[in-house]
Design a protein. Structure first.
Length: 308
């Protein structure tokens, strides 16, 4: 379990983390979402003892991470910022070196190295120099080193940032596999789709403050706004769109071309059905009617906008 209590970090006048409280229950994968500069890395650096907090507390498995970082972090694996490895070493050599620093036994390092390199699908490259690795492979190695000492909490700062689409998919797949093994995972991201794909819960922050924290399911239910793309046969007139704009639950109408327009609608399936029959009732022949964009994305943008 990860417990953050009223955590604060000031950099001069900037409140990078502002009275943040959050509990990640055991075995849960929690996304830590926020735009650039929201305070994600700062929070993660405090949790992993890379910087100190101005105020507040953090507990990892009930151990005070600020007062007793060594003990608190003994069951934590972390990847913070883009990790650098010695280019002339191989993954096996790198893990041996890191394992020794962590006080692991030779035999343990050897068996764990094989396991963790398998976990991140680098077993074929175990004796290749890291200098030859792609960014995605280096990131997978970073996850492997985080797993080496058999932690049960994983803290990952933007694990897919800077990777190409294939690299992103591979890293997300690895995280999903770890999630199935019941690790408690706290991962920051500025990509909502990624959090939706991988996480059970999500915390949204901006300006160091928590905006919302809930299960992905509840967050999806909370989303009220949807965008619907409507295609009609023939041309739609401006007068027609003006009437649509005045319909119940409609927030905005945007013309795409002569026969396609997008309606921003407050509501879900019932409201969508009502909108469809209203448009048909006005004599339009609807060729297609479908939701575009993720409602959650819109809510995220709304929340971030409101907090600014
Ligand atoms: N060492 C520092 N000195 C001064 N200000 C800092 C320092 N580190 C971070 N900040 C500021 O604190 C705020 C939060 O930064 P942080 O790096 O935690 O954001 P982030 O959510 O990780 O953003 P990103 O998505 O860009 O990684 C920003 O305004 C940043 O400029
Ligand atoms: Mg960051």
């Amino acid at each position: 379990m990860i417990e953050i209590q009223n955590l604060t970090k000031d950099f001069g006048a900037i409140k990078a983390v502002d009275d943040l409280s959050l509990i990640v229950p055991e075995g849960i994968t929690c996304g830590f979402l926020g735009p650039n500069g929201a305070g994600k890395t700062t929070t993660i650096k405090i949790l992993t003892n890379l910087i100190s907090a101005t105020g507040g507390k953090a507990f990892l498995h009930g151990v005070d991470a600020i007062a007793h970082p060594k003990e608190a972090l003994s069951h934590v694996g972390a990847v913070v910022e883009t990790p650098e490895f010695y280019p002339y070493l191989t993954p096996v050599e790198t893990l041996a070196y890191l394992g020794r620093i962590r006080g692991m036994h030779h035999d343990e390092i050897k068996s764990r190295s094989n396991e963790v390199l398998g976990e991140v699908k680098l077993e074929q490259w175990r004796t290749t120099r890291i200098g030859k690795f792609s960014k995605g492979m280096k990131q997978r190695l970073a996850i492997a080193q985080a797993l080496l000492h058999e932690p049960d909490i994983l803290i990952l700062d933007e694990p897919t940032t800077g990777l190409d689409p294939r690299g992103m998919v591979e890293v997300r797949e690895i995280i999903r596999n770890l999630k199935r093994q019941n690790y408690t995972i706290f991962m920051s991201s500025h990509l909502l789709v990624e959090v939706q794909e991988v996480c059970d819960k999500a915390a949204l922050i901006d300006h160091g403050k928590l905006l919302v924290y809930d299960s992905m399911d509840n967050l999806k239910k909370l989303t009220k706004l949807g965008k619907i793309e409507v295609t009609v046969l023939g041309q739609v007139q401006d007068a027609f769109l003006n009437i649509v704009r005045e319909l119940k639950n409609v927030r905005a109408v945007e013309r795409i071309n002569g026969s396609i327009f997008i309606v921003t609608l407050e509501g879900q399936s019932n409201e969508m059905a009502e909108l469809l029959s209203a448009i048909q009732g006005m004599g339009a022949k609807v060729a297609s009617f479908s939701q575009v964009g993720l409602p959650l994305e819109l809510m995220y943008m709304d929340l971030v906008k409101e907090s600014r």
